[in-house]
Design a protein around this ligand. Structure first.
Ligand SMILES: Cc1cc2nc3c(=O)[nH]c(=O)nc-3n(C[C@H](O)[C@H](O)[C@H](O)COP(=O)(O)OP(=O)(O)OC[C@H]3O[C@@H](n4cnc5c(N)ncnc54)[C@H](O)[C@@H]3O)c2cc1C
Length: 146
């Protein structure tokens, strides 16, 4: 299934100007299906295992994938973990160099090709550790050559 990613775009040549951020939440069919399935599973857990007898939100009348995805749009939040706007494979290579631009590397959460299953801070630090190791190795290699 095709995935849609959000975008962060520069709005001017002045670095002090804020970028335009479009998270594109729930715009891909896959994300909408996952949201619908998530709400259905929550409903099942609450009714069958937690013994809740009345659903308040999103409401028992919403049953189709599209109705549930629409409900997810209204109540969903991002929990602040945006990733992937400079995804490895698309924008950067496996050593975090920007494809087609010599000497420019990206090292932050934007290089993750997909969101991690847990929170993003530690994986971001791991990416930084790995790049630091690669740069150190490169530096040592160059030093022994001279
Ligand atoms: C409210 C909130 C709560 C979070 N809670 C958690 C949590 O509990 N656990 C967890 O794992 N993750 C959490 N995260 C996510 C985590 O903070 C991020 O995944 C992580 O910080 C991403 O690191 P980064 O280096 O990509 O970006 P950032 O940490 O955002 O670093 C970007 C840096 O670039 C600087 N910068 C921006 N523009 C410029 C410019 N023009 N010139 C120079 N510098 C610039 C900024 O000042 C900033 O220091 C949370 C995020 C938010 C917003």
């Amino acid at each position: 299934m095709a995935r849609c990613f959000g975008q962060v775009r520069v709005t001017s040549a002045d670095v002090r100007d804020k970028p335009a951020i479009d998270n594109a939440y729930l715009t891909s069919a896959e994300d909408r299906l996952v949201a619908a399935k998530g709400l259905r599973l929550t409903r099942e857990i609450m009714c069958e295992f937690a013994g809740a007898n009345q659903e308040v939100l999103p409401g028992p009348e919403l049953t189709t994938d599209e109705e549930l995805a629409k409900a997810a749009e209204q109540v969903g939040t991002s929990i602040f973990h945006p990733v992937g706007t400079c995804a490895m494979g698309d924008v950067v290579d496996s050593s975090l160099g920007v494809n087609g631009v010599q000497g420019l590397k990206v090292c932050d959460a934007s290089v993750m090709p997909r969101i991690t299953s847990g929170n993003t801070n530690t994986p971001t630090m791991a990416i930084a550790e790995i790049l630091a190791g690669m740069l150190e190795e490169e530096w040592r290699h160059n030093r022994t050559k001279t």
